[in-house]
Design a protein around this ligand. Structure first.
Ligand code: 5GP
Length: 218
């Protein structure tokens, strides 16, 4: 069965959109996995967060993040424009509310690349439509190797990144699913399996009772 056929089958019956939250320490492969899912899954869109952190080379305003000043961020927060917001490693991040509500109303699934604080907050606001996945590295050594390979950083910088990673990983048990990224292709398939299974949940398929009534009482 191709991936495409799985998605087509799942989306024949009307259903509610879901909020697919993916968290991990940096170095676990989250960005690559999210990009692969977004590229191949027509029913998945990314929630583009607002952040006060400086733009990095290769990033695009409005695509990777909405890059805003602290002043603008706090105005947006005061105006209730965020579904959740958090301070992560010294910068502010927030999920704009309006695009998420629009996408959900259209039955679109939304992918959130947010940290454990955001996942917790969404759990309080939209518990039923939330699916939380945590990506883990295969081992401590492998995580350190990946963090070291990112750039020619000093041991101190690598140690700091490891400490941040440990703090994020300590929240693993708050998630519905855990995917260990031994191999990126395999991890991608596992993420896809989670999405498909969650889409098939009976309670999420709002068009099911209509469809069934046509079968049993034509
Ligand atoms: P980075 O600055 O490296 O892109 O992201 C740093 C961390 O902030 C990552 O763990 C990322 O998942 C998290 N993050 C990105 N956007 C949001 C957001 O809107 N809300 C929360 N709570 N975390 C976010």
């Amino acid at each position: 069965m191709s991936n495409k056929s799985a998605f087509v089958t799942v989306d024949k019956i009307k259903r509610r959109g879901l909020l697919f939250v993916v968290s991990s320490p940096s170095g676990a492969g989250k960005t690559t996995l999210c990009n692969r899912l977004l590229k191949t899954d027509p029913n998945l869109t990314l929630s583009v967060s607002a952040t006060t952190r400086p733009i990095r080379p290769g990033e695009e305003d409005g695509k990777d993040y909405h890059f805003v000043t602290e002043q603008k961020f706090s105005e947006m927060r005061e105006a209730g424009q965020f579904l959740e917001s958090a301070r992560v490693f010294g910068n502010y991040y927030g999920t704009p509310r309006e695009p998420v509500e629009t996408a959900l109303a259209q039955g679109q699934d939304i992918l959130f690349d947010i940290d454990w604080q955001g996942a917790q907050q969404l759990g309080e606001t939209v518990p039923t439509d939330l699916v939380k996945v945590f990506i883990l590295p295969p081992s401590r050594d492998e995580l350190e190797r990946r963090l070291r390979n990112r750039a020619q950083d000093t041991d101190d910088v690598v140690a700091m990144r490891m400490a941040k990673a440990e703090s994020e990983i300590s929240h693993w048990a708050e998630y519905d699913y855990a995917v260990v990224n031994y191999d990126i292709d395999e991890a991608e398939q596992l993420m896809r399996c989670i999405l498909v299974a969650e889409r098939l949940k009976r309670t999420r398929q709002t068009g099911l009772s209509d469809a069934v009534s046509k079968i049993i009482a034509p």
